[in-house]
Design a protein around this ligand. Structure first.
Ligand SMILES: C[S@@+](CC[C@H](N)C(=O)[O-])C[C@H]1O[C@@H](n2cnc3c(N)ncnc32)[C@H](O)[C@@H]1O
Length: 463
């Protein structure tokens, strides 16, 4: 490392900014967020800079003199040559750190790209080699850190004396880990400060506070496969997990987003090829959560749409384990967007129904007579094996045999396939296609314009 990152204390100190243009205004915007007093020296300050010279920021409309650097915490110069050279020389002679914009040769420190969730601050540097890369990393980190993270830190800080007075040192660390990775942080970041407060106090008050307490299970929907369709909340859950249970439909790219040192358990199951019985999956979640761990159960699409999320939530709550459901983009929405098939359309479909082609062994199938009307879209999940029966049932219930359909396999993924059909040909189309990946049947007038395609419509258009 040619540079070492440090956080310097600004309270009670003063910072000097030299220059009146856009760059100076940009740097001023950063340093003015600190608790330091800021002096700005500019002979011809621009409007943007002037607007920021309020409160602890004082503007001096004059030329820079070497004495201005004395006693400063640091100096930033954005005046342009030759003033920048004079500022750098004066600061270096006085032993004051100096940054000259776009002149690493004159600077003794570089300004990082900053993600500000005060008091939590992330600084990203590239040693001056790639400032644009540093900014793009900052944008990614911005999206990962919840807006209320700083408030969470302050909330925790308000309990610090109480925790210190209650728990021995070793137990304190575990307690704070539990606070930041468990239900307290989840409630606080979700906007429920009262629940966060009562959960924290309750835990602190219990005599066994030092021992493992109940963790948290998050049922996280990860969408149909394209990692760009993950929500911020899902991504955060995956990066904070201690234990991750992985469903068969979760793509490799999405697994890349899971925290590296989380314990990964593959519980994936496909129809008729169960790798772990459902009861055992639930037992695993309960055991890990009871050991105080943060358990994330990754589910394709949305956990509450044909994902058994409802059952799992009930069983976990019955076992006294806190549960949070993180919604995801369901396959129907992902496939619709990726193929250009609108699920409703004012001219072609006034409604849409999601059904499963794979009901419980003792449960009946959908009521096809309710789905047989024209201008209604039917999306069948897990319907490949029963496609011919579905088509026959709909035709028998009165839906026209010529009703257009589309089969979307591996929707939103690089190997997406779209097969057009009609109700009359649906069974044969599916049988002939040799479908191996997850697939949806979309039945209805909205699919009329669909043409066979082997790559997502949006990507095809971009080629
Ligand atoms: C157990 S269900 C889970 C559905 C999921 N909870 C959701 O909201 O999308 C699995 C079925 O979802 C559909 N599916 C999931 N991912 C898909 C994808 N990428 N393309 C097409 N269909 C998909 C298939 O019908 C698959 O058999």
């Amino acid at each position: 490392m040619d540079q070492f990152p440090l956080f310097v204390t600004t309270a009670g100190r003063s910072i000097l900014v030299v220059g009146g243009g856009e760059e100076a205004a940009r740097k001023l915007r950063l340093v003015a967020r600190t608790t330091a007093a800021v002096d700005v020296i500019a002979e011809a300050p621009g409007a943007d800079l002037c607007a920021q010279c309020v409160g602890a920021v004082t503007l001096h409309r004059r030329a820079f003199s070497a004495a201005d650097v004395q006693g400063r915490l640091f100096v930033v110069s954005a005046a342009g040559s030759p003033v920048d050279e004079a500022v750098a020389a004066a600061a270096q002679a006085a032993g004051v750190p100096v940054n000259v914009v776009d002149r690493p040769d004159l600077s003794t420190f570089l300004m990082p790209a900053i993600v500000d969730r005060d008091p939590v601050v992330v600084a990203i540097g590239s040693g001056g080699a790639a400032p644009v890369l540093a900014k793009s990393i900052r944008a990614r980190i911005e999206s990962l850190l919840p807006a209320r993270l700083g408030a969470l830190a302050r909330f925790a800080d308000s309990f610090r004396p109480a925790v210190k007075g209650t728990l021995p040192q070793a137990a304190r660390r575990r307690f704070w880990e539990w606070v930041f990775a468990g239900p307290v942080a989840a409630a606080f970041l979700g906007g429920d400060e009262a629940r966060a407060r009562s959960t924290l106090i309750d835990r602190l008050n219990r005599a066994e506070a030092a021992a493992d307490g109940p963790g948290l299970v998050q049922l996280v929907g990860v969408g149909p496969g394209d990692p760009d369709l993950l929500t911020f909340k899902a991504l955060r859950a995956m990066q904070e997990a201690d234990v991750v249970l992985i469903d068969a439909l979760v793509s490799a790219e999405i697994l890349e987003c899971v925290r590296r040192d989380a314990l990964r358990i593959d519980v994936g199951k496909r129809k008729d090829r169960h790798t772990l019985p459902q009861a055992e999956i639930e037992r695993l979640m309960i055991d890990h959560a009871r050991a105080g761990r943060r358990v994330v159960r990754l589910k394709g699409g949305d956990p509450f749409l044909f994902g058994r999320g409802g059952e799992e939530r009930e069983h976990l709550l019955a076992a006294g384990v806190p549960v949070e459901v993180v919604p995801g983009i369901s396959a129907a929405f992902g496939c619709a967007a990726a193929t250009g098939i609108p699920l409703t359309h004012r001219d072609h479909a006034q409604g849409v129904t999601f059904v499963t082609g794979h009901a419980k062994a003792d449960g009946g199938g959908p009521d096809w007579s309710c789905l047989a009307a024209a201008n209604h879209t039917v999306v069948v999940y897990m319907g490949v094996g029963t496609a011919a029966d579905t088509a026959r049932s709909l035709i028998a219930a009165g839906r026209a045999a010529a009703t257009p359909c589309a089969v979307v396999e591996n929707g939103t993924r690089p190997d997406q396939r779209v097969l057009p059909a009609t109700l009359a040909t649906l069974g044969d189309t599916v049988a002939a296609a040799g479908i191996a990946g997850p697939a949806l049947l979309i039945i209805g007038e909205v699919t009329a314009g669909v043409v066979a395609a082997a790559v997502p419509a949006a990507r095809a258009a971009a080629l």
